[in-house]
Design a binder for this molecule. Structure first.
Ligand code: PLP
Length: 404
């Protein structure tokens, strides 16, 4: 039977105190115990339904975690204060000194910097590979490899990971497959395709209002409990916890995620086709020209489309900058990093979200100077948006008059 992530979210039922239709917010950092013995038991992880301290968890964070686990179809989930607050403890929980990670080379710049510059301090080494080539991925696995890491749709190049193929490799070599699904919530359900752990930056589409940071790790109860262990859990000890006020607001926004994703996808597909039709180099997984278009189709929950992210090549950094400034002036969106907002957001990854990656490596990966990453908004009249964008492109010389 097809996996229905939005139904799983819808089917959860919560009541707040006094019959509220939203769960009550736990406005407390610490919790009382009637008996001292219960406190000890809770520290040792032996009491269900008792709360200890909000860095460990809170009722509000559990509600949000439950909804996210339902969405991804995992046993459970643990929310964090940011996407990086989910990624870094996960990797540190899975790896220790001497261990090795095989990671996609096209990943969010912060994750790349963590693996390239930070974890080597702990003698955790990472091989960066072209994740679309399973042979290369397998060749990079060593006897010390513990983790295979990728993004389902990569930031910023929108490469698509063959999660089923990677999962087979992970099983063969006894590795944990960790997939960051930030770019494709609902469209792709990595755990259903064989991922062991699914991570999101909630800061993006899932919350969708660009007003908070957040992250989540979805996985088995065993792994998630290990992250929260008071003795040696990386989430508990590193402390990137989410505040309950925030988790309650993200939970409310999640209820419209399916509607928003469909609109993001519809608008992005419309613009991608138009841009490509104008002769602009456009990357969007929904275009037949995308090298992994068929793969994406074979992985996706079709009703949510190919997502809200696309890139174009404006030809040069100057043209990219001029275009972004003009589009902002025309109020088509904002020149800002991040994604998943109601307004279109655009940035040049080479000088922003991927600037942690040295220039020569950017070039090798295909992050060109003129690359603009778009997170397409929820515009009701996308045809009007396109017409204004086209005029902007003409004005800054991204479109030669004969292309227009
Ligand atoms: N993963 C991806 C794919 C991202 O794009 C980002 C941020 O841009 C992150 C993780 C990090 O998330 P956060 O900024 O919430 O820490």
């Amino acid at each position: 039977m097809a996996f229905k992530p939005a139904n799983n979210i819808q089917d959860l039922q919560y009541f707040g105190e006094n019959g509220g239709v939203n769960p009550s917010i736990s406005d407390s950092s610490t919790y009382t115990f009637l008996k001292a013995k219960t406190m000890l038991d809770t520290f040792e992880g032996n009491t269900d339904g008792c709360y200890l301290y909000s860095r460990h968890t809170s009722p509000s964070n559990l509600y949000l975690g439950e909804a996210l686990a339902a969405m991804e179809g995992t046993e459970t989930a643990n929310v964090a204060g940011s996407g990086m607050g989910a990624i870094t403890p996960t990797l540190l929980q899975l790896c220790g000194a001497g261990d090795h990670i095989v990671s996609s080379r096209t990943i969010y710049g912060g994750t790349y910097a963590f693996l390239k510059n930070f974890t080597p301090r702990m003698n955790i080494q990472t091989a960066f590979v072209d994740i679309t080539k399973l042979d290369n991925v397998e060749a990079a696995i060593t006897t010390n490899t513990k983790v295979l890491y990728c993004e389902s749709v990569s930031n910023p190049l929108l490469e698509v990971a063959d999660i089923k193929g990677l999962s087979a490799l992970a099983k063969k070599h006894n590795l944990t497959l960790v997939v960051d699904n930030t770019f494709s919530p609902l469209s792709i359900s990595p755990a259903q395709l064989g991922a062991d752990i699914v991570i999101h930056s909630l800061t993006k589409f899932i919350n969708g209002s660009s007003d908070t940071m957040g992250g989540v790790v979805c996985g088995s109860s065993e792994f998630v409990n290990s992250l929260k262990s008071v003795i040696d859990g990386a989430s508990m000890l590193l402390g990137a916890s989410m505040d309950s006020l925030r988790s309650s607001s993200i939970l409310k926004n999640m209820r419209t995620l399916h509607i928003r994703m469909k609109q993001h996808s519809k608008n992005a597909a419309f613009l991608a086709e138009k841009f490509e039709g104008l002769g602009i180099k456009t990357v969007y997984p929904g275009l037949a020209s995308h090298p992994s278009h068929e793969l994406f189709k074979s992985l996706m929950n079709a009703e949510y489309g190919f997502g809200g992210m696309l890139t174009i090549d404006a030809g040069s950094l100057d043209k990219a900058n001029a275009l972004m400034e003009l589009m902002q002036e025309k109020n088509l969106g904002y020149l800002a990093v991040s994604l998943g907002f109601y307004k279109t957001l655009f940035s040049a990854p080479g000088t922003s979200t991927s600037s942690e990656i040295p220039e020569d490596e950017q070039e090798e990966m295909g992050i060109t100077n003129g690359l603009i990453r778009f997170s397409i908004g929820l515009d009701n009249d996308i045809e009007r948006t396109f017409e204004i964008m086209q005029a902007c492109m003409e004005r800054v010389g991204v479109l030669k008059p004969e292309m227009a």
